[in-house]
Design a protein. Sequence first.
Length: 44
Amino acid sequence: MKKLTAFLLLCGFIMLTGCNTMKGAGQDIQRGGEKLEGAAERHN
């Protein structure tokens, strides 16, 4: 029972870490796109 509980806690931790990582990556990509858009507008 203790092994199962530890396994479930570990899985939950990995899932939370993964979600935060993907959220951060999405924000970084969005910022990069905004900078590209701004650069394109300045050169028009």
